[in-house]
Design a protein around this ligand. Structure first.
Ligand code: KIV
Ligand code: NA
Length: 264
C-alpha cells in the first residue's frame, strides 16, 4: 500500500471517513501497527512515562526522543510518522519551534510533528509550516502543561467550549494539518470538528473526530495500574508476558529448559 500522506487524512475528513492512530516508540510495535493498517504512528512524548520510566511527560528530551523516532520511521513502511516535540523544545519562540521541528524531520526521519498549545502558538505553527515542517496541533488537555492546568482535567466544558473552537480555528488558519483534542467533552469536540476543515483526532474526545489515538501500551493492556476513562484495552499483554516470563523462569530453575531440541 502507498505511504499515508497528510492529504489522505484530509481527504478522509472530506469523505466522512475515519483513521486510526497509535503511539509507537520502537521497531516491533511500529512494524506490527504499520502492517495492521494503522494510518498514523505517533512517537509521543508519552515515551517519557511509557519507555523511560518517568512519572509524567515533562522530563523527556529531544535527544532521548530522536532515536526512538528514527527507529519507528525506519520500521513503518506505510504509516505517516508524527513526532511530538517535547516540553521546552518549542515554547520559547517560533524560531525554536522551526529548529526543533527540522531536527525531528532531519534526524528523526519523522514526516510531521505535533506541538501542544492553543492559539498563542499560531505564529510558531505558521513559521514551522513555512519551513517545511508539517504540524499537528494538540489542544484541550495538554499534558506538558499539567502543572499550569492544575492536573488531569477535562477541558472545554460549557462556556469554555468557545476557547477550544477559537484555538482550533487559529491553528488551522496558521497551517496546522490536523487538530488533536485530548479530554474534551464529546459535544465540544464535535463543535470543534465542525468549525475546521482539517481533520481532527480525539483521545477522550468522543466519537465525532476524524481520527482516534491511544497510547499503545494502554490499548494493548501492557501497562498496569489505573486506566483513564477514555482507554479501551483490546488485549492483555501484561498477563501474556508475565505468564511467559514466569514459565521460562520456572523451566530454567527446574532444568527443563533448554531441552535437547534447543541444544547443539
Ligand atoms: O504523547 C502522546 O502519547 C500523546 C497522545 C495524544 C496520545 O500526545
Ligand atoms: Na504527547
Amino acid at each position: 500500500a502507498p505511504r499515508v500522506r497528510i492529504h489522505h487524512l484530509q481527504q478522509a475528513k472530506r469523505d466522512g471517513k475515519r483513521f486510526a492512530m497509535l503511539t509507537a516508540y520502537e521497531q516491533y510495535s511500529a512494524e506490527i501497527f504499520d502492517q495492521a493498517g494503522i494510518e498514523v504512528l505517533l512517537v509521543g512524548d508519552s515515551a517519557s512515562n511509557n519507555v523511560f520510566g518517568n512519572e509524567t511527560s515533562l522530563p523527556v528530551t529531544v535527544d532521548e526522543l530522536l532515536p526512538l523516532c528514527r527507529a519507528v520511521a525506519r520500521s513503518a513502511k506505510r504509516a505517516l510518522v508524527v513526532a511530538d516535540l517535547p516540553f521546552g523544545s518549542y515554547e520559547v519562540s517560533a524560531q525554536q519551534g522551526v529548529e526543533t521541528g527540522v531536527r525531528f524531520l532531519k534526524e528523526g526521519l519523522a514526516h510531521a510533528v505535533k506541538i501542544e498549545g492553543g492559539k498563542y502558538y499560531a505564529e510558531t505553527v505558521r513559521a514551522m509550516v513555512q519551513a517545511g515542517v508539517p504540524v499537528m496541533a494538540h489542544i484541550g488537555f495538554t499534558p506538558q502543561s499539567e502543572h499550569a492546568l492544575g492536573g488531569y482535567r477535562v477541558q472545554g466544558r460549557g462556556d469554555d467550549a468557545q476557547r477550544l473552537i477559537d484555538d482550533a480555528v487559529a491553528l488551522a488558519e496558521a497551517g496546522a494539518f490536523a487538530v488533536l483534542m485530548e479530554m474534551v467533552p464529546a459535544d465540544t469536540a464535535a463543535a470543534v470538528d465542525a468549525a475546521v476543515s482539517v481533520p481532527t483526532v480525539g483521545i477522550g474526545a468522543g466519537n465525532a473526530t476524524t481520527g482516534q489515538v491511544l497510547v499503545w501500551q494502554d490499548m494493548a493492556g501492557l501497562r498496569g495500574g489505573r486506566m483513564a476513562k477514555f482507554v479501551k484495552q483490546y488485549a492483555d499483554l501484561r498477563t501474556t508476558l508475565s505468564d511467559a516470563a514466569k514459565e521460562y523462569g520456572d523451566e530454567v530453575r527446574s532444568g527443563q529448559f533448554p531441552g535437547p531440541e534447543h541444544s547443539f
